[in-house]
Design a binder for this molecule. Structure first.
Ligand code: GTP
Length: 482
């Protein structure tokens, strides 16, 4: 999780408050001191930190609170809301519409991560089904086109650019015209950066914008600069019609909190954050979800959206079979594909409360590779093997499947063991009356106990015990109903 240190410190302060027998002015001040210190260490502007303190104190007027009000909850809620406010600019990014060409132009200073972000942004949307292309209008930096070409090829996104043309406006116009004619829905234009905000940079940006008429201009900025990004964001906003911002290099950087809050203070919405150098290290940014995950509360709405976007809920047969306690290998295949579509596994899992510490960074890719391996093995199975859970796999059949998919027989055994484990789980779920009748209120009551019996005790503890699970189920069912 981005800014995990900051998150740990703030949630630690909130937990300490929850453990106190008396919640008085002194306890509130102590907690606010700790939260403020953590924010300042993350380079959040001191005035913003003071404002947060004052707003929380105003919201929680301990002297005037009626007896019986849960003070801890009230304080926690106020801190949560104020952290969200700090990251909310109060404006929305320009919307993109499917089925028509949307031109998105990227601007920013040199080295901020603009080119990398253009390709990540293209890759992100392409995976969501957008017909996407890239135009390299950076004719200033030698090697810029090669860099874009290389990563666009890796991401399998079509691109346009020139090694010889020096007129950036011409390249931008030609590329956008070409992809417009070919009915691309998302045409991303990467522009030149300079070391500083000089006149030439702004003039070229204005000319390119004039030539390609972008639907949206995205400003890319370097998160490692902390709160000093404020002036830069403001300067760009004043010169070109910046619609939204991507803050890059937030992976593990201590100053990230400062950068995010400073950008929002300029009234520019942050739409994505860059969390690494790989293609899928780009995360959509929404203040509420971010704060939830920051504090280890999970982000159920983010998870449900990811599920919906991936189209996971489009196969009602799976749910029906699971209700009956049956899982086929084909169901598993569909589920694995959905997981891959939703994005990197670690990111999906970090949307669950308490899970982010469980999947150490670095292990996420191993998990994804394992799923890919399983999918390739299942591609070598027959329809009967995929659809009939009663089929038995003997040694020679496993060897053949392994050979057919270019894998080891051990990998096939590994997949079948995983399938067996999940089948067992599903058969237990199938015995649950609540699921059969669709009575979710009963499900909320019974499921946590059943699940808690099946779960690793350490994991359960991290999720807040059986009652934590119960809350999770509540959130789940309300999200799905909503
Ligand atoms: N750790 C980390 N590195 C990043 C991230 N985004 C970009 N980078 C790295 O930052 C460096 C600069 O990125 P570029 O994309 O070349 O920067 P640019 O802004 O396009 O530079 P110009 O094309 O010269 O304007 C590269 O080494 C990237 O790999 C990120 O989110 N995290």
């Amino acid at each position: 999780m981005v800014l995990s240190e900051l998150g740990k410190k703030i949630s630690g302060a909130l937990r300490k408050l929850a453990n106190r027998t008396v919640v008085d002015e002194e306890a509130l001040n102590e907690m606010l001191n700790e939260v403020s210190r953590a924010l300042l260490e993350a380079d959040v502007n001191v005035k913003m930190v003071q404002a947060l303190r004052q707003s929380v104190k105003k919201k929680v007027n301990l002297e005037e609170l009626a007896a019986g009000v849960n003070r801890r909850k009230l304080i926690q809620k106020a801190v949560f809301e104020e952290l969200c406010n700090m990251l909310s600019p109060g404006t929305s990014p320009p919307p993109l519409k499917k089925g028509r060409p949307n031109v998105v132009m990227f601007v920013g200073l040199q080295g901020n991560g603009k080119t990398t972000t253009c390709v990540k942004y293209a890759y992100y949307h392409q995976r969501k089904g957008w017909k996407t292309a890239l135009v390299c209008a950076d004719t200033f930096r030698a090697g810029a086109f090669d860099q874009l070409k290389q990563s666009a090829t890796k991401a399998r996104v079509p691109f346009y650019g020139s090694h010889t043309e020096t007129d950036a406006v011409k390249v931008a116009r030609e590329g956008v015209d070409l992809f417009r004619k070919e009915k691309y829905e998302l045409i991303i234009v990467d522009t030149s950066g300079r070391h500083k905000q000089d006149t030439a940079l702004f003039e070229e940006m204005e000319q390119i914008a004039q030539a390609v008429q972008p639907n949206s201009i995205i400003f890319v900025m370097d998160g490692t600069m902390g709160q000093s990004v404020y002036d830069q964001a403001l300067a760009f906003r004043q010169r070109v019609n910046v619609g939204s911002v991507v803050v890059t290099k937030l992976d593990g950087h201590a100053k990230g909190g400062g950068a995010l809050s400073a950008v929002s203070a300029t009234k520019s919405p942050v739409v994505f954050i860059g969390t690494g150098e790989m293609l899928d290290d780009l995360e959509p940014f929404a203040p509420q979800s971010f704060v939830q995950r920051l504090l280890g509360l999970g982000d159920i709405s983010g998870f449900v959206n990811a599920v919906k976007e991936a189209g996971v809920d489009q196969n009602p047969d799976i749910l029906k079979r699971i209700q009956e306690g049956v899982l086929t290998l084909r169901d598993l295949y569909d589920q694995f594909q959905s997981v891959l579509k939703m994005g990197p596994m670690g990111k999906v899992l970090s949307m669950f409360p308490g899970m982010q510490d469980l999947i150490p960074k670095g292990k996420e890719r191993e998990g994804t590779l394992r799923v890919k391996k399983f999918l390739s093995i299942m591609n070598s199975m027959t329809d009967d093997e995929l659809d009939n859970p009663k089929v038995q796999f003997n040694q020679s059949r496993m060897i053949r499947i392994g050979r057919g998919s270019g894998r080891d027989v051990k990998d096939v055994e590994d997949l079948l063991a995983e399938y067996k484990r999940l089948s067992k789980l599903v058969s237990r779920v199938g015995k649950n009356k609540a699921l059969k009748t669709g009575d979710f209120s009963q499900l909320q009551r019974n499921m946590p106990q059943q699940l808690s019996r099946m779960m690793d005790p350490k994991m359960l503890q991290q999720m807040g015990g059986a009652s934590g699970l119960q809350n999770l189920m509540k959130q789940f069912s309300s999200q799905f109903r909503g």
